[in-house]
Design a protein around this ligand. Structure first.
Ligand SMILES: [Zn+2]
Length: 269
């Protein structure tokens, strides 16, 4: 399992890589967002070189507010155009997967409409994703895409799409954390994880681990039970980086504590 963090879109990406490496983080969750990390401003060669210099891996992340299901056709197409440019950059920096936030902002339309608009946009992106060798994965979001059936509306018709599970989001606007339910249905398609704490309800607080009410042991156990051993981004958004370093240590120790029982048994005998 690798632990990483996301660059702040207001800062220079290479400078962000420098402090992450000093903290001992193992990968960059590269979000390509304006103002400083926009796809048309970021220098993919400089980012790739900095990652190599520090021996860090990379995951692709895109802006959460791209209207890829817009009822305005030109705006939907512009979103697809932007996501294509992100794919190009991620292929240069060496990412294998790019995250996408499914869209739902189509007032006056029903759910069926925006689901179909998302599917259209994904179908337009997939040939480019194959060409550059970067897979697409969708992130669960509070409200419209936070349960197995809701995510299934996109994952079932598009078998190439990977799952990007945000365990903090899975704790919001739900009667119980949906991590286990989502992994039960789509754990075999899990490609990346976001982890941060909150207090349930509606506020997406992105707190350090342990500062909210999320059952971290239970979430990590669910990940380990489905055999996951990939990248986990600590999406802890606090200006003081001590909270991020602390969260890294918390995650590392819970990950060890929750090692599957079979491993202990086979180690002994
Ligand atoms: Zn997230």
């Amino acid at each position: 399992m690798l632990i990483g963090a996301m660059n702040h879109p207001g800062n220079d990406v290479v400078a962000e890589i420098e402090w992450m490496s000093e903290m001992g983080l193992e990968f960059l969750d590269l979000t390509l967002e304006p103002p400083a990390a926009a796809s048309w401003r970021a220098d993919p060669n400089a980012i790739r070189d900095a990652l190599r210099r520090h021996g860090m891996q990379v995951i692709g992340h895109t802006a959460f507010y791209l209207p890829m299901a817009s009822a305005f056709e030109d705006i939907r197409r512009a979103s697809v155009c932007e996501l294509r440019r992100c794919l190009e950059i991620f292929s240069i920096v060496g990412a294998r997967w790019m995250n996408i936030h499914p869209d739902r902002h189509a007032p006056m339309h029903d759910r069926r409409f925006f689901i179909e608009q998302n599917i259209r946009s994904f179908q337009e992106l997939l040939p480019e994703a194959r060409r550059v060798g970067v897979g697409l994965m969708i992130e669960n979001l509070p409200g419209d895409y936070n349960s197995a059936p809701q995510l299934g509306e996109l994952l079932d018709p598009l078998p190439e799409l990977g799952l990007h599970l945000d365990i903090g989001h899975a704790n919001l606007q739900v009667p119980f954390n949906t991590t286990e339910e989502i992994l039960m249905a789509y754990g075999s398609r899990l490609r990346h994880v976001h982890l941060h704490d909150n207090k349930g309800g509606y506020a997406d607080l992105h707190l350090p681990l342990g500062a909210g009410t999320l059952d971290l042991h239970r979430a990590v156990r669910a990940l380990r039970r489905c055999g996951y051993d990939g990248t986990i981004t600590l999406e802890v958004f606090t200006p003081d980086r001590h909270y991020l370093a602390y969260s890294r240590d918390v995650l590392r120790s819970i990950w060890e504590e929750e090692a599957p029982v079979e491993q202990h048994v086979s180690a002994r005998g």
